[in-house]
Design a protein around this ligand. Structure first.
Ligand code: MOS
Length: 700
């Protein structure tokens, strides 16, 4: 067939509906747990009820005697795993207990109900050891990790912070705290494992990256990676919690190995509070010094946070502070407490999200101290190059976002003083905060095929966790192939497809997209040169690589944004309402305005939830999270959310890769909580430095 040469409308930039939308709303999109497996069984775990110690006795006889039980597995009879760097994945390999809720056994049965009942019949005797689960800024127990996630320096220092702070015309010194927060994707963490006759295994998993699961489990079970196939075609949210391998994947595979039958496991919502990662609580001291004009002279951001005893995760909480504002004297530090708690991990904008709550609250306090408008204060302190590395920014949209946001939000009507506006019994205020997220790109490979009929297949192990990847990658491929959208069939979410990095770090669109573009260009060039645009009978294919960014060493690359909030606080009850939020972002080229808008809106809503509702309460006596369900761990619902406006400025960035896109999955949550805290201060004159801002903190 001769390829058509007519002009094709660009798909990039179109507000295309989700290509997987119909399947999702009609229930034909198959999520991991929904795969039918022959002779499938169900697993239900037994979790430790102590925070530290060891299991000295376990009686599984009653569980084993229950009709319908296929196997009960504990460390006494579990298959041995290879040694792993992540000790949390060494499931059932010893009698040691390192946190409350850790797997100590699993029951496998014909139905999930029987499995659950059997798990409940297992009795355990422990030898308990003293535990500590409470984060404190106590230098005696803190240590400096080698790096912070993913690979940043733990501390940075420039100039002389202490002297500059001591001599500053205006200074502030405050400590901000954030609680344990949970990702809580709507789809729980689920795994279906099915061993094949040849010793290989097929896994259906709710994950952000099939290849990364494949790599971890092949190591654990000593399998060549090609014997492991992981499928994750549709995923119901992750927010980072499905970005790394958690113990239940290993547990399910183990159960299937022992049972010699396929096994399905779905963590319950309550189990997810111990077993699927969470955001560390933080204690953040921020000190700012400025001259009479509000020009920063010194800035220090010292972070205290936690990690588990068996798996270090050092959240990069102060990293955004390194690039946000110019100040000749500056310091950032991270210190960890190693506690007897479950492993914390990635949660939407790890680092930037809690860190910018503290920095942007402090900037608001500085604006008050300097008697300067908080928008103006921020604009005055925008650096002309990266303040710590000296590299130029590849593009920098913060000032434009702040100005555009102020205009749209009606900022000029704001009386600068706090507690100036009251409507009935409601105090009304407006707040602002900056937002940022780095441009990450990770290696990706794609394969593009065209058949005789001119139909394209684009194959890449990308993952759509609800973000719109199915849709935007189809758009990117269509443009790169100069083909109409309906000629492009995308295949993603399968480790048998060409390898691509996890859906994380807001890197997916740019990384996967650039691999697709590279493959498409190769295919088109060959088709044109070798075949004069006539597709040979056997079709053609080409592979491409992407996700590496040559500009990375030369430029400082970040997306920016400005968040605005209106808060209403009831004078008598302290009840908080947020009728309006506005986020204006500069994130390079927007591939699909519809899915992009949903990503940013979702991020801001999650930020509102962080500001007002979310917080896990760890019980120091037992070490578990007391409010480990949706009845007691509050998440913003429709009634809590008012109008959320999302906008972006047109930003062209030549240095960030062929798409010019910066990533939008995480920046939406960054700064929202500070904007709300600042609005609440403006409404009430009360500064709350501890999230969430519940009404008890506003009753004076
Ligand atoms: Mo995101 S927390 O990088 O999956």
């Amino acid at each position: 067939m001769k390829m058509q040469q007519q002009h094709i409308r660009r798909a990039i930039g179109m507000p295309l509906d989700r290509v997987d939308g119909r399947q999702k709303v009609t229930g034909s999109a198959t999520y991991a747990y929904e795969y039918q497996v022959e002779r499938g069984t169900y697993a239900f775990p037994v979790q430790s009820t102590i925070a530290r110690g060891r299991v000295v006795e376990m009686d599984t006889s009653a569980a084993q005697a229950l009709p319908g039980v296929v196997a009960v597995i504990s460390y006494q009879n579990a298959p041995r795993l290879a040694h792993l760097d992540d000790a949390d994945l060494a499931v059932l390999q010893s009698d040691a207990v390192a946190y409350y809720g850790q797997f100590i056994a699993v029951a496998v049965a014909e139905t999930s109900e029987i499995a659950r009942q059997a798990a409940g019949l297992v009795t355990v005797r422990y030898e308990e050891q003293p535990h500590d689960v409470t984060l404190r800024a106590d230098p005696g127990v803190l240590y400096a990790p080698e790096t912070v996630s993913p690979d940043y320096a733990t501390d940075t220092e420039k100039g002389d912070v202490e002297t500059a702070l001591a001599s500053a015309a205006v200074s502030i010194d405050h400590t901000y705290t954030t609680p344990t927060e949970y990702n809580n994707p709507l789809e729980p963490h689920t795994t279906v494992a099915s061993w094949n006759d040849d010793g290989g295994v097929t896994i259906y998993d709710a994950t952000q990256g099939a290849h990364s699961i494949r790599d971890d489990v092949s190591k654990a079970f000593g399998l060549p990676p090609e014997r492991v196939r992981v499928i994750a075609r549709y995923v119901g949210g992750g927010f980072g919690s499905k970005g790394s391998t958690h113990p239940h994947v290993i547990l399910t595979m183990m159960a299937a190995l022992v049972a010699q039958r396929p096994v399905k496991l779905a963590l319950t919502r309550q189990q997810m509070f111990a077993l699927a990662g969470y955001r560390t609580p933080t204690i953040q001291r921020v000190r700012l010094g400025a001259d009479g004009n509000g020009q920063l002279t010194a800035l220090a951001h010292d972070v205290v946070e936690q990690t588990s005893t068996i798996h270090e995760f050092a959240e990069q909480t102060a990293v955004a502070t390194r690039i946000m504002y110019a100040a000749p004297n500056r310091r950032t530090t991270h210190r960890l407490a190693r506690l007897d708690v479950p492993a914390n991990a990635w949660m939407r904008a790890p680092g930037e999200c809690p860190g910018m709550y503290a920095l942007e609250s402090a900037m608001d306090e500085l604006a008050v101290a300097c008697k300067l408008d908080p928008v103006e204060l921020r604009i005055r302190n925008i650096p002309t190059s990266d303040p710590e590395t000296g590299r130029p920014f590849s593009s920098h949209g913060l000032a434009a976002c702040l100005r555009e946001g102020a205009r749209r939000f009606g900022w000029q009507q704001r009386d600068p003083g706090p507690r100036k506006r009251q409507e009935g019994r409601w105090l009304v205020g407006m707040g602002v905060a900056s937002s940022t997220y780095p441009v990450y790109q990770f290696p990706a490979h794609a394969l593009v095929q065209v058949d005789r009929a001119g139909q394209y297949r684009v194959r890449i192990d990308a993952t759509d966790i609800g973000t719109g990847a199915w849709t935007v990658l189809t758009q990117i491929a269509a443009d790169a192939l100069e083909a109409p959208l309906d000629r492009v069939r995308l295949e993603i979410g399968d480790s048998s497809l060409p390898e691509a990095a996890v859906a994380g770090g807001s890197s997916g669109t740019a990384s996967w997209g650039s691999a697709i573009i590279a493959a498409a260009r190769k295919l088109r060039a060959r088709l044109h040169k070798q075949y004069h645009d006539v597709i040979p009978d056997e079709g053609l294919e080409a592979t491409g690589e992407g996700g590496t960014n040559p500009g990375e060493q030369q430029f400082s690359m970040h997306a920016f944004g400005a968040q605005f909030a209106e808060a209403r606080v009831h004078v008598d009850t302290g009840e908080v309402r947020i009728p309006r939020l506005l986020g204006v972002f500069a994130a390079g080229r927007i591939i699909n305005p519809k899915t992009a808008s949903s990503q940013l809106l979702g991020g801001m809503t999650m930020g509102l939830s962080m500001a007002l509702h979310e917080g896990g309460v760890r019980d120091p006596r037992f070490g578990d999270i007391a409010n480990h369900d949706f009845a007691s761990y509050h998440i913003a619902t429709n009634a809590d959310v008012g109008t959320v406006d999302v906008a972006w400025i047109n930003e062209e960035d030549q240095h960030i890769g062929p798409l010019g896109a910066k990533g939008i999955g995480e920046i939406g949550i960054v700064g929202t909580a500070a904007a709300i805290a600042n609005a609440i201060y403006h409404a009430t004159g009360i500064r709350v430095r501890d999230l969430p801002i519940t009404l008890d903190k506003l009753l004076r």
